[in-house]
Design a protein. Structure first.
Length: 88
């Protein structure tokens, strides 16, 4: 079998919300299948900042974390909350 490197993208992590849980399960299943898989997500978990964007390396703008709570490898990227439509 060809071992692949897979990134699953989700806007934040959660311990209770459906689509966030699906993304986390996908990473676990890809790992079980022998692939190298990561969850690529923001600095937020259930809407709360879990790592300050100031703690992210300035040049890269991301941090690689072996998340103990989620039990998967996570890449947290710098981001901001956009409001749409823009206030006039």
């Amino acid at each position: 079998m060809l071992r692949k490197r897979i990134g699953v993208i989700m806007y934040q992590t959660s311990k209770s919300k459906g689509q966030e849980l699906v993304a986390q399960r996908m990473v676990r299943e890809f790992i079980k299948m022998g692939h190298e898989a990561y969850l690529i997500t923001s600095i937020y978990h259930d809407g709360i900042e879990v790592i300050s964007s100031k703690r992210l390396p300035r040049t890269e703008g991301y941090a690689f974390i072996e998340d103990r709570e989620l039990r998967i490898p996570v890449i947290r990227v710098d981001n901001y909350v956009a409001k749409w439509p823009l206030d006039a």
